[in-house]
Design a protein around this ligand. Sequence first.
Ligand SMILES: NC(=O)c1ccc[n+]([C@@H]2O[C@H](COP(=O)([O-])OP(=O)(O)OC[C@H]3O[C@@H](n4cnc5c(N)ncnc54)[C@H](OP(=O)(O)O)[C@@H]3O)[C@@H](O)[C@H]2O)c1
Length: 260
Amino acid sequence: MTKRVFITGASEGIGRAFSHKLAAKGYSTTLVARNESRLQELISEFAIKYPNSTHDYLVADLAREEGITNCEERLGNEHYDLLINNAGFSTFGLYEQADIRNEINILTVNCQAVMRLCHAYLQSAKAGDGIINLSSLTYYLPTPIQPTYVASKNFIASFSESLWFQQREKGIYVQALCPGVTKTEFISRSSTLDGGKKKFLDSISQSADQVVDISLNALEKRKGPIVIPGISNILLAALINLAPRKVWVYLMGKVGQFAL
Ligand SMILES: NC(=O)c1ccc[n+]([C@@H]2O[C@H](COP(=O)([O-])OP(=O)(O)OC[C@H]3O[C@@H](n4cnc5c(N)ncnc54)[C@H](OP(=O)(O)O)[C@@H]3O)[C@@H](O)[C@H]2O)c1
């Protein structure tokens, strides 16, 4: 039987790469984001490339109650083999200068939506099903120029670890995916970094395809709960323990000040 996946933030970046890879593996996809034309493009492409599976989309703003409720209803009414909570965004800079409504939106999209979609999904999930939640390498590495974002991704990693433990006896798999810098629109959307600094970040970035391949491989092997894509990111996460956390907060704070 054809497997089904529900992917948030499917219009761009890592979510788009998940959508492509899973459609190629034969999954039927439900793609969620705000940008309807990007979702329609993907659906048309999949309809031609993968005529044996069905694909649809749901336009939803996960910063709004209506967007989250529509997703909960869909997950409550239909069974999916896999849920990928990928939608997320960040701001960069001094907290006191941030628009507080936007900071609250980070928590709504990155945390509240994930909590509620996991809860809705788990009501009818069964053995063999799975959840992938996007956390970040910032779970390990402090990044003081993104205070709300980093806290939201720490929440996701801890939350997913607990769900992984609670669900494993039922055979439901939960993964917290913790990518390092990944080449997507994420940084352009959230910051005003100049061309040179963006180029530097690009040079140390993984591609969205690399991140997704590692995540799907871990899903297949049921490895978890934390998945860090790439050896350099794994080493970086391990290095953190070699110095007191305060040192990393200071160092990464200075790097952030330089980047701004
Ligand atoms: N790129 C990195 O370096 C990196 C590193 C670690 C973790 N991550 C995490 O990976 C995930 C994907 O990031 P990305 O790099 O692929 O970013 P991206 O290229 O900016 O894509 C973000 C996706 O989230 C969707 N989205 C954003 N706000 C939304 C909202 N209010 N409602 C519904 N959908 C929304 C966007 O779609 P629409 O605009 O069409 O709504 C888009 O499809 C995020 O959770 C991010 O925190 C990224």
